[in-house]
Design a protein around this ligand. Structure first.
Ligand code: SF4
Length: 356
């Protein structure tokens, strides 16, 4: 997949854009001034494969807590701020690795200049985050309603403010809950500037609908080579966002992270309870970190082919199954022992690879 090359920025040690791999972001939903709860959520996000975490900084208590949180976590932290340049300064002084703030929403030019000067001195990038739901009145009057052109225009206005002050450490997002609108806005932006793009479908909903909207929106942009970092927005536990984001990247071959499960949809040929087996395997694979492929197939039509291509696989027969390891049939096992046998082989494979 040929990716559009953008000018890189660094959030802590994580490079975004340039030749860097697409990174995964999420946002805590704890109260930021509840330091313990926020640190513990960031640790869970890190364990799930998150690269960068954003924290809301709505007031000075949150900005002060930012420093205490920063001291206890390894992941780079982005301070999410609206309107108030003093919160941006406080968050930067507390160790923020990046800001998400729209300079055009800061009422006084001198305050923008103070903030940008501090960000420049500390080499802290700024993400301009345009949201279809909060476009300014003049653009809405000009375009009638949130259109891709209006969103891009809004981003360009914020960019111009930063560029005028000689600030170029910029990253851009253009989010909407409407998938075609979001896709077109990012396409236009990618044709217009070389700043790295942070992709996301905002307010995508709960896990049921949000996963699909995010996969379609973010996935189709990535498949066109657009996008340098992604955030899946789901109503619920942000750890789910990271799991979904990693699955999107894995499905496009943009990241190797944890195992891949291949399982067939089953049909009238299947003579084992494949759905139950696949769910058990999926649950147990959640604790495996190695990027291995495991195939769970219902019968001998497509089963042996897929099972052979996987690192470890099973293909069902009549209340029994064949276990494959990298193309070789190694055992025939009764149905009730299949999951156990599969995991015995997975454990063996991982142990052998760790020894090498
Ligand atoms: Fe049906 Fe076999 Fe294909 Fe599964 S692998 S869908 S059981 S034909």
């Amino acid at each position: 997949m040929k990716r559009k090359k953008t000018c890189p920025v660094y959030i802590g040690k994580v490079e975004i854009g340039g030749n860097a791999p697409v990174s995964v972001q999420s946002m805590t939903n704890t109260k930021t001034d509840n330091v313990q709860a926020t640190v513990s959520q960031i640790s869970r996000l890190e364990a799930a494969g998150c690269d960068i975490v954003r924290l809301a900084v709505p007031d000075m208590a949150a900005a002060r807590a930012f420093g205490q949180i920063k001291a206890q976590v390894k992941l780079p932290l982005v301070a999410d701020i609206h309107f108030d340049y003093r919160l941006a300064i406080a968050a930067m002084e507390s160790g923020a690795d990046a800001l998400r703030i729209n300079p055009g929403n800061i009422p006084h030019q001198e305050h923008v200049e103070i903030m940008v000067k501090a960000a420049k001195k500390l080499r802290i990038p700024i993400r301009i985050g345009v949201n279809a739901g909060s476009l300014d009145k003049a653009l809405l009057a000009q375009y009638g309603h949130p259109t891709p052109e209006a969103m891009v225009q809004s981003a360009l206005q914020h960019i111009a403010i930063l560029e005028k002050l000689g600030f170029y450490d910029i990253k851009i997002s253009l989010k909407a809950h409407d998938v075609p609108l979001t896709i077109r806005a990012y396409q236009l932006m990618a044709e217009t500037v070389d700043y790295p793009l942070h992709l996301g479908i905002t307010e995508a909903g709960t896990i049921k609908s949000g996963v699909i909207k995010s996969a379609v929106g973010i996935g189709s942009l990535l498949a066109q080579g657009i996008g340098d970092t992604i955030r899946v927005s789901l109503t619920g536990d942000p750890v789910e966002e990271v799991r979904v984001a990693n699955e999107i990247l894995k499905s496009l071959g943009l990241r190797e992270y944890g195992p891949t499960l291949v399982s067939c949809p089953t049909c009238g040929r299947c003579s084992i309870d494949l759905a139950a087996i696949a769910h058990q395997v999926e649950e147990r694979l959640a604790t495996v970190k190695k990027p291995i492929t495991v195939a769970v197939m219902g019968c001998v039509v497509n089963g042996p082919g897929e099972a052979r291509e996987a690192d470890i696989g099973i293909a069902g027969g009549k209340q029994e199954g064949l276990v494959f390891r990298r193309g070789e049939i190694i055992r025939k096992i009764p149905e009730d022992q299949l999951v156990q046998a599969l995991f015995a082989e997975i454990d063996k494979l991982i142990e052998e690879e760790n020894r090498c």
